[in-house]
Design a binder for this molecule. Structure first.
Ligand code: NAI
Length: 349
């Protein structure tokens, strides 16, 4: 399998493979770019169909982290790692410790954190063999309350702030004056709904897990609609907070909202859809910009800053988005493309 000719290869600085017979660890670490600082990114444990699928994932995700860190104004680069195994069946402390040694062998070029399939305890096992593990220190949240390592409250607050900036830019209104359609009421989506409710926004929601919907109806006065309808309801804002690619060739022409602002990663099924949204005068808040508060939180844990510094940094997401919106308008270019250009200007030498 060739790395340099791979379609997802994009000048990654380092792609390292490990095969450990004793623990059964098979993993890949991809370091995309460290121009702004050491690369940071989650470790994903997943039973990939084959190593080619794992390589595709890790190359793509590592690159995404470079862009996210750059536009979050963090002194960090982008990296990611994948363990090719089933988190329910194959996880052992020894395997995680070996992964820690693998991370350590890169001597700080890559800092590992949680991602799907990996829990805090797994990172703790890794940290026995490396100092380059993030998200473990006991810390406070942006309100100064003590918090565990869950990034979702920070992410939800960042999306809320970013959505307010988008609504102000596109409509000249505050969140109290709009209806928001939220797709997915999980760790981030539900907390976002709480912020919006407190701000006076009206909510329309959908989730495949009915108890989340019931709770939003009872606690937040939300109106529920079918999964298939949430993107096309009459609302000023559509907020994808479930899976990726919710803006695709089936949905894009049905969207009635004039602002799209949500937490999900990879909301556009393809980058080209950014142009379609621009042509339809729908303001899209690029996903990796608006959902970056999780890594902002992680960074502030590592430098042991104050809750006020963390909160201010999260709130700067709104300013970054407004800059993107202004340039998009001035140059008549899609917001996702402007975001990429701004990020590249920071990390490309
Ligand atoms: P989660 O798994 O807690 O929540 C997802 C929710 O979406 C669940 O309640 C699920 O039942 C629902 N859902 C699944 N398919 C659906 C569908 N087709 N329609 C409507 N609802 C559906 O995940 P979490 O942590 O809230 O993350 C949400 C999104 O935000 C994901 O795309 C994630 O990658 C992204 N994200 C999360 C961050 C975090 O800090 N948790 C940070 C950055 C991005």
């Amino acid at each position: 399998m060739s790395v340099f000719d791979h379609k997802e290869f994009d000048q990654h600085e380092n792609v390292a493979f490990i095969n450990d017979e004793v623990t059964g660890l098979r993993a890949i670490i991809a370091v995309h770019n460290t121009a702004l600082g050491p690369s940071l990114g989650g470790c994903r444990m997943y039973p990939y169909a084959d190593s080619a699928a794992a390589l595709t994932d890790v190359l793509r995700l590592a690159k995404g982290m470079t862009y996210k860190a750059a536009l979050a104004n963090l002194p960090q680069g982008g990296g990611k790692s994948v363990i090719i195994a089933d988190p329910r069946a194959d996880k052992t402390p020894e395997l995680m410790r070996k992964m820690g040694s693998f991370v350590d062998s890169l001597q700080g070029q890559y800092i590992v954190a949680e991602d799907s399939g990996i829990a805090v305890q797994d990172i703790k096992y890794m940290a026995e063999n490396t100092a380059y593990a993030g998200g473990l220190s006991a810390h406070f949240n942006y309100l100064g309350e003590s918090a565990d390592g869950n990034p979702s409250p920070a992410t939800a607050y960042g999306v809320y702030v970013g959505m307010a900036a988008a609504v102000a830019f596109r409509l000249g209104k505050s969140l109290a004056d709009v209806t928001v359609a939220i797709q997915g009421l999980g760790q981030v989506g539900y907390r976002l709904a709480e912020h919006l409710h407190a701000a006076g926004a009206k909510l329309i929601v959908a989730d495949t897990y009915q108890p989340n919907v019931d709770r939003a109806i009872t606690e937040l006065g939300a109106k529920a609609v079918a999964i298939a309808d949430i993107h096309k309801v009459a609302a000023e804002v559509f907020s994808p907070c479930a899976m990726g690619a919710s803006i695709n060739s089936d949905t894009i022409h049905e969207i009635q909202a004039v602002v799209i602002a949500g937490a999900a990663n990879n909301q556009l099924a393809s980058d080209d859809f950014g142009e379609v949204l621009l042509a339809r005068d729908i303001l899209y808040a690029p996903d990796y910009v608006i959902n970056a508060a999780g890594i902002i939180d992680l960074y502030h844990q590592s430098i042991k800053s104050t809750p006020e510094q963390l909160k201010a940094h999260i709130e700067s997401i709104g300013d970054t988005l407004t800059d993107i919106f202004k340039r998009s308008q001035a140059e008549n270019q899609a917001t996702n493309m402007i975001a990429n250009l701004l990020a590249e200007a920071k990390f490309k030498k």
